[in-house]
Design a protein around this ligand. Structure first.
Ligand SMILES: Cc1ncc(COP(=O)(O)O)c(C=O)c1O
Length: 470
């Protein structure tokens, strides 16, 4: 016999879904609660319904539930709090942690020193300011915001972004050209789908970059031939000889991971290529806020908003866990990109979007970026000095910007060093990890993220790194 209770069967108290097998009632209640705890469905600290409410829901005697609770308390599954409510015991936390599947990019918790490139300092997330923004956003949200949503994204956020991007990044965007997405990752998937639907066969990419991005392009059937990268950025002149290429994915402000910026001649050149051929440039401005010299590079988008798709994200400036990003699209591509999402918004929730709009408009976003910029600039300078002292033959390459540097090794063996650093629990990656499979550029280097450690962990991480460099 399968007896379950569910929402709606009691009007007072908490809902609890119990999948109860047959047999003696008290035993079946106990078994169902144990199973729910074991599987992680009821986590430590979860408050259970009162015995009165649960007995009414299950249609059994109140005493039966009260005795089941008492026995589970005696066994350590539950505890009784303040003499009234019954909660899942915190002692089950360990057991449940061992069941929970680790998230895929997890290494962070296992590392003694997290120097993985591209990860911001999560301990500095502006919790208080963000909470205020969430509260204000929720208080002011119209009822309509709680319903199925327009896949373009919330108008409040698109308006705030249009103003912010114009002011801070030189992006000429109108709210109607902005599409909110679940991080740059979703943005690129949407663009790849729209380009493929529009008949594009190939999108050129930089010879060093994120393999996840190449994968999301190839998944839709696009080919991704590589462009070599030198000290002037991606060599976009090669596009002239790539007849079937209809788009190019670039990180022009700060090449990921090599750290160079796209030379002004090449910026002009790639825009000229796009105009002549009808091609499109996808500008991944993943860390454009973090430039530490006094010559901020504006987005390539300003060069021709009808030929450039601008892709932004909060993953470096705030936190990747928010899953918030945006596309600024040429007029002709807006519908094709939005169509990839379907009829209604299915990925981005309205609370984060409205909170982000509030966060920008209130000035909190600028304040946070300024704080983090100062912190990251200091760290980069300390890293350069420490490497020069401990490993004078190695060179920190790339311009003063972003969240990572490339350490060019003087005759060092990249893969051996990465392995050695890994054994010492230092999360650093070698350039090889970012190399396009069709490229035979053999340069060696370590890609070191200097942003991820909490302020209290930074100097130990730096010491550990420089202590191990050849
Ligand atoms: C080059 C580059 N682009 C974009 C992103 C951000 O992606 P998302 O917004 O999906 O977190 C990253 C983050 O790792 C990155 O390194």
């Amino acid at each position: 016999m399968d007896v379950t209770t569910g929402p709606g069967s009691s009007v007072a108290g908490l809902d609890l879904f119990l999948d109860r097998a047959g047999g003696r009632v008290r035993n079946s209640v106990m078994d169902a609660i144990r199973d729910a705890i074991r599987s992680g469905r009821l986590v430590p600290g979860t408050r259970l319904p009162s015995s009165r409410a649960l007995s009414a829901d299950l249609g059994v005697a109140r005493n039966t539930v009260a005795r089941a609770y008492a026995e589970l308390i005696a066994e350590g599954w539950l505890t009784s709090q303040h003499g009234s409510s019954t909660v899942v015991s915190p002692r089950t936390a360990e057991a449940i942690r061992s069941i929970a599947a680790p998230p895929r990019r997890r290494a962070a918790r296992l590392l003694d020193h997290d120097l993985r490139p591209g990860h911001p300092d999560l301990s500095s997330f502006p919790r208080a300011a963000w909470s205020r923004a969430v509260k204000r956003a929720l208080d002011a949200a119209p009822s309509e915001a709680f319903g199925y949503a327009d896949p373009h994204g919330r108008p409040e956020l698109r308006l705030a972004l249009a103003q912010y991007l114009a002011r801070a990044r030189g992006v000429r965007a109108r709210p109607c050209n902005i599409v909110v997405c679940c991080g740059a990752a979703e943005g690129l998937r949407l663009v790849a789908g729209a380009l493929t639907d529009g008949g594009v066969a190939a999108v050129a990419v930089e010879a060093f970059g994120l393999s996840t991005q190449w994968a999301s392009l190839t998944r839709t059937g696009l080919r991704c031939p590589p462009l070599t990268v030198d000290s002037d950025g991606a060599d976009v002149r090669a596009l002239e000889n790539m007849a079937d290429v209809g788009g190019v994915l670039l990180t022009p402000s700060h090449q990921f991971p090599l750290g160079v910026s796209l030379h002004s001649d090449r910026r002009a050149g790639v825009i000229d290529w796009a105009r002549r051929t009808g091609g499109v440039i996808i500008e991944d401005d993943y860390d454009g806020e973090f430039r530490y010299d006094r010559r901020p590079v504006g987005a390539l988008h300003g060069g021709d908003p009808e030929r450039v798709i601008y892709m932004g994200t909060v993953s470096k400036s705030l936190a990747p866990g928010l899953r918030l990003g945006w596309l600024v699209l040429p007029e002709r591509l807006v519908d094709a990109v939005v169509r990839q999402k379907g009829e209604t918004e299915e990925t981005s929730g309205f609370v984060e979007q409205l909170a982000m709009a509030e966060f920008i408009v209130s000035g909190s976003y600028d304040r946070h970026i300024r704080t983090m910029r100062a912190q990251y600039r200091r760290r980069r300078e300390q890293l350069v000095v420490a490497v020069a002292r401990s490993s004078p033959k190695s060179t920190v390459a790339g311009m003063p910007a972003g969240l990572q540097v490339v350490l060019e090794l003087a005759g060092g063996d990249e893969s051996a060093l990465v392995r050695q650093l890994g054994w010492r629990q230092l999360g650093v990656q070698g350039l090889d990890f970012f190399r396009h499979p069709e490229v035979d550029d053999e340069r060696d280097g370590l890609v070191i993220g200097f942003a991820a450690p909490a302020p209290s962990a930074w100097s130990a991480a730096l010491d550990a790194l420089t202590g191990l460099l050849p």
